[in-house]
Design a protein around this ligand. Structure first.
Ligand code: HEM
Length: 469
């Protein structure tokens, strides 16, 4: 789906919504019979469009049945707050995370209950503000490495998404595992793409073929999994060989013991956490930055303002953690880009017991879908939802907006552990790039969205990179 198609489609739908069609709370269920198959097919072919039209046509709590599964989609901040926070104990990640569990095992993203709580407690200190100050230096030096390479290689035409994937991957390796992974980046990028698409297809399949059955897709998936495992087990083995655990995230996880003080995580559990953080920690931020460069190329006045701010705040030196609050324009631009293109465009929960949400009965086992993409374009919550207007995030214009209207990092106890890490990293990269270079949309480039586990630009972001005058 191209951006213009999304925009045109949602504009038309928003107009219909403002006619009052979405105001009905009595019939939030799409019709049955043949249209149902149309919806299922539509959801498979165009998940974003289906989510948007569902919200605009059927209201903020939509229900449909898919075979034996009951599925609710929430686009109302109060309903979302209820599920993510107020009654969070009643919800786990949905059965559709099974594919991700096959890939990531019992890592932070996919584990549950006391086990998840313990892992979260162990990992949390690695993301504290004081540590981010030190990590900011590594983020800036990896960005400098990229900018030096751009200068040396020349970059007439490049893919901003591929560049950002490579950079954020190097930053995760350096900051969380103190490892140089630059040479592995393209093989890992490909393996992650295969792995994530496989998990997506697996989640959407009516009949789930286990990964050990040697279908062509499963064989490709297993090869990708081996590439990822080889990298992660190599990082763990190198650390063990060195005899020093170190004080980075991996060191903390390796040193952590259970309640008895005796048992440490085995290599498999370490592998699950490392792989989770490699994925969660680099692809999302890379997508955000790639969409940001795309938006700046479409909005030259914002491009200029970001560059001017970077020069005024940083001068010729590299950014530090203390500069972050001063990069206000860059932050507004990132926030607005994440509103329009949230890297985690949808996530799900499953009810453990019957519940009531905004007066609607939500039965045990029902799946609850929350789509930041649709929520962030809900015309009831946002003026001019399709427009690029970073100043809507100024404090004076944010007053009265529910924090559950804007969920790029999720909400409640399972909120993103890396949100401050991601914002620090994105601010550093954006300000350093904008200070020195201008990324211009390459002729013929169009944005095509790929809504898999994360929201990616399907055909990349083709740009020309030139020095900024
Ligand atoms: C722009 C960048 C990012 C975005 C948009 C993002 C978004 C999200 C969202 C929406 C969730 C919640 C999913 C749910 O509730 O089902 C999440 C969870 C998570 N994120 Fe992020 N994330 C980003 C960057 C990062 C980074 C940099 C890291 C680590 C270095 C990270 C690690 C995690 C982990 C481990 C979880 C699972 C937390 C838990 O369940 O305890 N993320 N992220």
């Amino acid at each position: 789906m191209s951006t213009s198609e999304v925009v045109a489609g949602t504009r038309a739908l928003a107009a219909r919504a403002s006619d009052g069609l979405s105001a009905t709370r009595t019939a939030p269920t799409p019709s049955w019979g043949p249209p149902f198959f149309g919806q299922v097919f539509g959801a498979w072919r165009d998940p974003i469009g289906t989510m948007m039209s569902g919200m605009l046509d059927h209201g903020d709590v939509m229900f449909f049945r898919f075979g034996p599964f009951k599925y609710f989609v929430l686009s109302d901040p109060a309903a979302i707050k209820h599920v993510l926070t107020d009654n969070a104990k009643n919800y786990v990640k949905s059965r559709n995370y099974q594919g991700l569990r096959i890939l990531f095992g019992q890592g932070l993203l996919t584990s549950e209950g006391d086990f998840w709580k313990r892992q979260r407690r162990l990992a949390q200190p690695a993301f504290h503000r004081e540590r981010l100050a030190g990590l900011a230096r590594s983020m800036a030096s990896e960005t400098r490495r990229m900018l030096d390479r751009w200068r040396a290689e020349g970059t007439e035409r490049a893919c901003a998404h591929a560049e950002m994937m490579r950079l954020t991957f190097a930053i995760v390796g350096r900051t969380l595992f103190s490892t140089d992974v630059d040479g592995d980046s393209s093989a890992i990028g490909e393996a992650l793409t295969v792995g994530l698409h496989w998990t997506n297809d697996y989640a959407e399949s009516l009949v789930r073929i286990p990964p050990w059955v040697p279908t062509p897709a499963n064989l490709e998936f297993r090869r990708a999994q081996k590439t990822l495992d080889d990298l992660v087990y190599r990082i763990i083995a190198e650390r063990k060989r060195s005899g020093e655990l170190g004080d980075d995230l991996l060191g903390m996880l390796m040193a952590a013991t259970d309640e008895t003080g005796n048992e440490r995580m085995d290599d498999k559990q370490l592998r699950d956490e490392v792989l989770t953080l490699v994925l969660a920690g680099h692809e999302t931020t890379a997508n955000l930055l790639a969409f940001t460069f795309h938006m700046l190329s479409l909005h030259p006045e914002w491009d200029r303002r970001v560059a001017e701010e970077a020069r005024a705040v940083l001068g010729d030196r590299e950014p530090t953690f203390e500069d972050m609050p001063k990069l206000k324009i860059a932050r507004l631009v990132l926030e607005e880009t994440m509103r329009l293109y949230p890297p985690v465009w949808t996530f799900e929960r499953q009810a453990l017991a019957d519940d009531v949400v905004l007066g609607y009965a939500l039965p045990k086992d029902a799946i609850v879908g929350i789509s930041p993409y649709a929520l962030h374009r809900n015309p009831k919550l946002w003026d001019n939802p399709e427009g690029f207007d970073p100043e809507r995030f100024l404090p004076e214009r944010s007053e009265g907006r529910s924090k559950y209207a804007y969920l790029p990092f999720g909400g409640g106890p399972r909120t993103c552990i890396g949100n401050n890490f991601a914002m620090t990293e994105a601010l550093i990269i954006l300000s350093m790039v904008a200070r020195e270079h201008r990324l211009t949309r390459a002729p013929g480039h169009r944005l095509v969205l790929d809504p898999a586990v994360t929201l990616r630009p399907k055909e990349g972001i083709a740009v020309t990179i030139g020095p900024r005058a």
